[in-house]
Design a protein around this ligand. Structure first.
Ligand SMILES: C[S@@+](CC[C@H](N)C(=O)[O-])C[C@H]1O[C@@H](n2cnc3c(N)ncnc32)[C@H](O)[C@@H]1O
Length: 367
């Protein structure tokens, strides 16, 4: 069996080319196979996954959201017996799990099947945990068995990953599985798909973007902080910041949701971010910006706002991307931002569509 040079990489369906370029920049010798599903790349790295994981832990890619090894491929029947079949066949074929590390099984289905990922997760976890196996912890696993069920593309069916005794051809339904440390996967969620439950009182779907960014970048909000929300309407981010004890100046010519009207911790300025700059803003612990505008214009505005951020503060913005020329536009926008900030993170999060989320701190802030 070929240990962990075959990998699945996940990204937004519209960013596959950019994810591919990120992979090839990190592993020039990588061989890419046909995609087994939308937003999924399958590649032989030509080097151990752990090396790429280390590189990406230090400098995470923007578009690759999730990385998982494929150490074994087995055929599936496409019927209700598949979860039990996987629970029987995979445990002896996978590398042994470490007995004292919390684990979970994360399954994705790339084709319509008569069972859900949950059925494989629960059946296979039970088999792996056994009587004296590692503890199951789906919320914060330290080691993860990733399973992807889909139609096998050309290439790996002839490889050493196919378990002995199985024959697989192109287009055959198969499960691709591997074990890795959660820290190597870029995200603790299957395929990097971090889902949040809808909340009572939620104002916009944009709220998920801020929730995910706070989690991915590990951001803390100061107690009773003062926040500036540029492009705030209809007020999803403002609502979340209020929930987290921030006083919010919400700048947007558009209207905020009427449910926010009576909140005295919100000051809504019905003007543009450009206009507020002319008025002379206050100073803030954090500045967030979800404005719908050209990424480079938005970056220039953030540079102008840098002097209104306290030295300990941070800023978070989404850079909206056009259909074409995404890579150079991102590069230009980041170069503009670097005139005033340290770019601490830039990721296309699960809840970002045609945009990426960027975290900034002032150069004087502690690293
Ligand atoms: C995607 S929405 C923001 C959603 C918001 N984050 C939420 O959670 O509800 C983008 C907003 O940017 C605003 N916008 C666009 N250009 C702006 C500008 N120059 N100044 C202020 N707001 C602007 C638009 O009016 C729009 O309300």
């Amino acid at each position: 069996m070929n240990p962990s040079t075959l990998v699945l990489l996940s990204c937004d369906a519209g960013s596959a080319e950019l994810a591919r370029a990120e992979l090839l920049a990190a592993c020039p010798a990588a061989q890419l196979f046909d995609s087994p599903g939308e937003g999924v790349l399958l590649a032989d790295l030509g080097r151990p996954l752990a090396e790429l994981a280390l590189l990406w832990r230090q400098a995470p890619p923007i578009f690759v959201r999730h990385l998982a090894p494929v150490q074994v491929i087995v055929p599936l029947g496409g019927h209700a017996g598949d979860p039990a079949f996987l629970a029987r066949t995979l445990p002896p074929l996978l590398p042994p799990l470490e007995a004292d590390r919390r684990f979970s099984v994360q399954t994705r289905l790339c084709v319509e099947l008569p069972y859900k990922p949950f059925d494989i997760n629960t059946t296979l976890s039970a088999a792996l945990a056994g009587e004296a196996g590692p503890p199951l912890d789906v919320r914060s696993p330290e080691q993860i068995v990733s399973v992807l069920c889909g139609l096998l593309p050309s290439g790996p069916q002839a490889g050493a990953w196919v378990a002995d005794g199985f024959k697989l051809g192109k287009g055959r339904l198969a499960a691709l599985a591997g074990l890795s440390l959660a820290a190597d996967n870029l995200s603790n969620w299957a395929g990097g798909m971090r889902r949040f439950a809808r909340e009572e009182g939620q104002v916009s779907r944009s709220e998920f973007k801020l929730l995910e960014a706070l989690e991915v970048f590990g951001l803390e909000l100061p107690a009773r902080g003062v926040a500036l929300d540029l492009g705030a309407a209809p007020g999803g981010w403002t609502r979340l910041l209020r929930q987290r004890d921030q006083y919010v100046t919400a700048v947007d010519p558009g209207e905020l949701d009427p449910r926010l009207a009576s909140d005295r911790g919100i000051r809504h300025l019905h003007i543009t971010a450009e206009h507020y700059l002319e008025e002379g803003p206050d100073r803030f612990d954090l500045i967030v910006n979800d404005m719908r505008m050209d990424a480079r214009d938005s970056a220039r505005l953030m540079v102008a706002y840098a002097r209104f951020l306290y030295p300990h503060g941070w800023a978070l913005l989404t850079l909206k991307l056009p259909e074409q020329e995404r890579a150079p536009i991102i590069e230009q926008a980041l170069a503009i931002l670097r005139r005033a900030y340290r770019v601490e993170g830039a990721r296309q999060l699960f809840h970002n569509r045609s945009e990426i989320t960027v975290l900034l701190r002032l150069p004087s802030a502690r690293a």
